[in-house]
Design a protein around this ligand. Structure first.
Ligand code: AMP
Length: 417
């Protein structure tokens, strides 16, 4: 069994944190640690490699940002980058950078986000000023390494955030290349919503006797998120969506489509009658993506249509409704999509549109979340029932890595290196 955090601290004050950090937490209005923070922070402060199974919305970002900030060395001792945080998307890079900025409000820390879609020159300038913490997508990080603008010799902590998603979108070779260039005695923290075998293999190769902390139990959208499905014919999905939005009048909704073209098409149709709709996907220029995310976060936008890759990183606690206009291709994506609502203990609801040929997909999703979605109906929109074949193959549960005892591995600075 993956290890459970033993008697985790209930207060930040019990975590051996600096006064500066406690002040920054107060300013950020973080009163008590979330379970992920209570589990990961003490282990990370002890220099232990951690595999933390947690989805976004659980406070996982601060769980690695806090220990990193606490152990940064003075610049005269380590002039180059000391902590490298790898993330799958630009949005997440920006979010993590913002969290670093928020939690370092009481000290001087330079943090740079490196991601594609932005001119490299500005990033090079910022790196030249000295960035103790770098957050980046693997491709762009490699680019900077190759140019010699990012130096990894002082790196003592590497974070792989949303590791499952990074592997899903093909970043594995890039990640491995980066890890091989980092000092071997570094600490590695891996955060992932799921821990399938490829993640375990990566951990076995590149981590030092990691402990596994599982915060996923019961988190899979079960407790606070009500989940429904509609059966609908393909050509009536749009009309059903319109009726559903009328019925629900959501405070804020994210509608997921499988493709960028699908997103564009849906936004075009929806915005004929509703001006409060916008979209986000990988083909949009970075400036446009930032603008949309800002208006959504400021609650000036009611409906956001998104694809999985960019939708996944959205961290907006006011989202009340998730609508899966298209079922996701992978059932883990269902978990990630639905996890966009019900954040920080709020209530949320998720609706999935299921066509008659999508019965097996629905079954796989239900197996993944270990519950049945409730069927919902709107007058006049009853599609043919999904054809449920023999239960789809159960998703294989990844065996946990060998749970080594809580072994303390001193950090570089503790060894006086
Ligand atoms: P994350 O899972 O890192 O994406 O965090 C989700 C949201 O929770 C972010 O908006 C954080 O600012 C917020 N958050 C993180 N930790 C805490 C905490 N201890 N108390 C209150 N809010 C928090």
């Amino acid at each position: 069994m993956p290890k459970k955090a033993e008697a985790p601290p209930e207060r930040f004050e019990d975590m051996d944190l600096s006064k500066q950090m406690l002040k920054a937490l107060l300013q950020a209005n973080y009163e008590t640690p979330t379970p992920v923070q209570a589990g990961v922070i003490p282990a990370a402060l002890d220099g232990i490699d951690v595999i933390g199974q947690a989805r976004t919305g659980t406070g996982k970002t601060a769980s690695f940002v806090i220990p990193i900030l606490e152990d940064l060395l003075p610049k005269r001792e380590a002039p180059d980058t000391q902590a490298l945080i790898l993330v799958p998307t630009r949005e997440l890079a920006v979010q993590v950078r913002d969290e670093v900025v928020k939690l370092s409000a009481t000290r001087r820390v330079n943090c740079v986000a490196l991601y594609g879609g932005k001119p490299i020159r500005g990033q090079i300038e910022k790196l030249k000023e000295g960035a103790q913490v770098v957050v980046g997508t693997p491709g762009r990080v490699l680019d900077h390494i190759a140019r010699g603008t990012l130096k990894l010799g002082d790196v003592w902590c590497v974070v792989l955030d949303e590791a499952d998603r990074m592997l899903d979108i093909g970043f594995r070779p890039d990640i491995e290349r980066i890890l091989r260039k980092c000092p071997e005695d570094r600490q590695t923290l891996l955060l992932s919503a799921t821990v399938p075998p490829p993640i375990l293999r990566l951990a076995q190769r590149y981590m030092h006797e990691p402990i596994s902390l599982d915060f996923s139990v019961g988190d899979i959208a079960v407790e606070t998120i009500e989940q429904f499905y509609f059966t609908v014919d393909h050509d009536r999905k749009f009309d059903l969506l319109v009726r559903l939005l009328e019925r629900e009048n959501p405070r804020q909704a994210i509608i997921f489509c499988r493709t960028k073209r699908g997103v564009d098409r849906l936004v075009r149709r929806l915005s004929k009658n509703n001006k409060n709709v916008d979209c986000i996907h990988g083909d949009l220029a970075q400036g446009a993506r930032d603008r949309v995310m800002r208006t959504f976060r400021d609650e000036k936008l009611q409906i956001l249509v998104a694809t999985d890759v960019v939708g996944r990183g959205i961290d907006v606690s006011t989202v009340s409704h998730i609508i899966n206009f298209d079922l996701p291709a992978f059932c883990d994506d269902y978990v990630h999509r639905v996890g966009r609502t019900g954040r920080m203990g709020r209530e949320g609801v998720a609706y999935s549109f299921v066509c008659s040929d999508e019965g097996p997909q629905l079954t796989r999703i239900e197996e993944r979340i270990n519950m049945l979605l409730k069927r919902d109906e709107i007058e006049g929109f009853k599609g043919s029932a999904p054809i449920i074949e023999e239960a789809a193959e159960a998703t294989e549960k990844a065996p946990p890595p060998p749970a080594s005892a809580l072994k303390r591995r001193p950090k570089r600075y503790k060894r006086g290196l």
